[in-house]
Design a protein around this ligand. Sequence first.
Ligand SMILES: [Fe+2]
Ligand SMILES: [Fe+2]
Length: 196
Amino acid sequence: MPINIGPSPDITFTNPLGWLRGCHDRIKHFLSLLMTVATRRRGEALHREDRETLAAALRYFREAAPMHTEDEEQSLFPRLRASKSPSAVAARAVLDALEAEHHHVHQTHAEVEILAERWMREGVLPSFEAKRLIGLLQQLQDFYEKHMAIEDREAFSVASVVLTEKEMIAVGREMAIRRGIDPDLAIAYPMDSPAR
Ligand SMILES: [Fe+2]
Ligand SMILES: [Fe+2]
């Protein structure tokens, strides 16, 4: 079960945009693990390694991914909305759309979790549910590809230009606190755990 993804161990909460981009890599990584198991086994009996992969990916989406959404909705987007800079003002409608997408995708994740949990609990999944699971995962992969590209281009990139250093530090501190980390020690916490 690989847990180190790309160069993220170098990123700490002192680089909140780097951390947020690292979360995107993790979301893609864990989705692709779910898809690999779903398409390889297609509802048939799971091997031990498959179960471990499913459990780790479901745990990521249940525990860590929601903190990423909170980072965006509670720490980054409000500061962008408050900015009077023309590029931030122009991005306000996009931020609203991104938040609405967070809400919608939640339903898809909930259905994936129900099906995958049933698969692990009952050992096999009927073929119509196995197909449904693959379809949902494909929807999620397609969704995140677009959603993250827009965030990267129209939220993170704009934030990197319009937010002050003080505001960036505040975003990073809130992200640390959200994960139960002392913000004064946040520089000591590299992005080396999928649980974050
Ligand atoms: Fe998002
Ligand atoms: Fe995001």
